[in-house]
Design a protein around this ligand. Structure first.
Ligand code: SAH
Length: 398
């Protein structure tokens, strides 16, 4: 880790990078051929050789690595990582103190000063997501920091640096004691069953916490709720706890049935009274339209990109069409909770999709509330695309 490569930033990118943009984009660099081994330190300079920042080489879909410091003299060592992680933990003090919430993000990549790594907390256990081989070379420093700064029962990891940022299949246990699975965590009093060692996804997406709370506390009472792309049914559980008369969860994955049943059960809800359907959402929509089914709330939270046997879905291209289908089966004055985690477009464009879908179906609407990432998913104003989550609670008006 002693070697350092000096990279020249193209003039067109220098201004933005000097202003604090943390991602070292492939297009921004004139001499990227000099990069050989991931984890190598990088010094960024402009065309005149003036210092811009220093960071590391770690290839991920977003670029060649991340700026870690804007000071030429700062040493990137164990102490550096420890300082960043300490600040991140301190910033989440309120979460650690909240007995009703035992699952949240403690370190959010560039938002907390180190791009390429996130750390989530699950009731005493920590899950580290490594987004490049480059950041993985700092594993010892990061894990040592965590263990000396806070009480750690055990640590698990996800290596997300196979081709195209895919997860590397492995035993994800790293150190400490192994957790008993399911690890039951709480989120605003809702229970979730977490499996830290069963592939890339652990059972719940923590970034939707505020949305689940709003569904439970404000929107679900008395409603017939359709939850599409339901995964482990987290939104359905929130709705049922909030007094929904019935929830219908639809997901293509076989595992979604047992996981959703489990989530209902650990929250004291009889899953026999809920509908859990393992099916392609797009087929289900056709069926629902044909049967003239209506729901008072339809939740849409598709992946940014998905391929099933018959459909390819891309949020950027197909969200409008998805909304059109949802609008058709939403009751007058009913709600559509439209969500996307696609980072290639922002809220403005997302609202454009909503506008277009309602225009096309000849219906009117009102956006009641919008959500972006919650507080623990810290973001930096210099990296707008880091704020990927967009959720709109839309009312179909008459
Ligand atoms: N809304 C969920 C997260 C969704 S993750 C939550 O809040 O927890 C995306 C899910 O979409 C996955 O479970 C995947 O199986 C499902 N999926 C992808 N394509 C689908 C399709 N065409 N029909 C139904 N489910 C699909």
């Amino acid at each position: 880790m002693t070697n350092k490569v000096r990279l020249k930033v193209k003039p067109a990118y220098a201004k933005k990078m000097k202003a604090g943009y943390p991602l070292i984009a492939e297009d921004a660099i004139m001499n990227k051929k000099e990069l050989k081994v991931e984890g190598t330190f990088i010094e960024l300079v402009d065309e005149q050789g003036q210092f811009i920042g220093q960071g590391y080489y770690g290839k991920q879909n977003k670029g060649l690595g991340w700026v870690l410091s804007r000071s030429p003299r700062e040493v990137i060592d164990g102490k550096f990582f420890k300082t960043k992680i300490k600040k991140a933990l301190d910033d989440r003090a309120a979460f650690f103190e909240d007995a009703d919430t035992t699952a949240f993000r403690v370190f959010n990549g560039e938002g907390d000063g180190i791009g390429g790594v996130t750390i989530d907390y699950f009731d005493g256990f920590y899950l580290i997501n490594w987004y490049s081989e480059g950041i993985y070379r700092f594993k010892d420093e990061i894990i040592d920091s965590l263990r000396t700064l806070t009480d750690v029962k055990g640590i698990y990891e996800k290596k997300r640096f196979a081709k195209k940022g895919m997860y590397v299949e492995d035993d994800d246990f790293v150190t400490g004691e192994r957790a008993q699975f399911p690890l039951i965590v709480k989120e605003n009093g809702i229970h979730f069953a977490i499996y830290l060692n069963e592939g890339a996804m652990v059972g719940v997406f923590l970034d939707q916490r505020d949305v689940r709370k709003a569904i439970r506390d404000q929107y679900a009472e008395g409603k017939r709720v359709l939850n599409t792309f339901s995964y482990t049914g987290a939104f359905s559980v929130a709705a049922a706890l909030g007094g929904a008369v019935k929830t219908t969860s639809v997901d293509l994955a076989n595992r979604s049935r047992s996981k959703t049943e489990e989530h209902f059960t650990i929250n004291g809800i009889d899953y026999e009274e809920q509908d859990i359907i393992v099916e392609d959402v797009f087929n289900y929509f056709k069926y629902a339209v044909r049967k003239q089914l209506k729901f008072d709330m339809v939740i849409l939270d598709p992946p940014s990109f998905a391929r099933s046997k018959k459909h390819t879905f891309s949020a950027e291209k197909d969200y409008t069409a998805l909304l059109e289908q949802a609008i058709q089966i939403t009751e007058e004055n009913g709600l559509i909770v439209a969500s996307t985690n696609c980072s290639t477009f922002g809220m403005k464009k997302f609202k454009g999709f909503i506008e277009k879908a309602f225009n096309k179906t000849g219906e009117t609407y009102k956006i009641l509330r919008e959500f972006t990432l919650p507080e623990d998913f810290k973001i930096t104003s210099e990296f707008k695309e880091g704020n990927y989550l967009k959720v709109a609670v839309i009312q179909k008006t008459t």
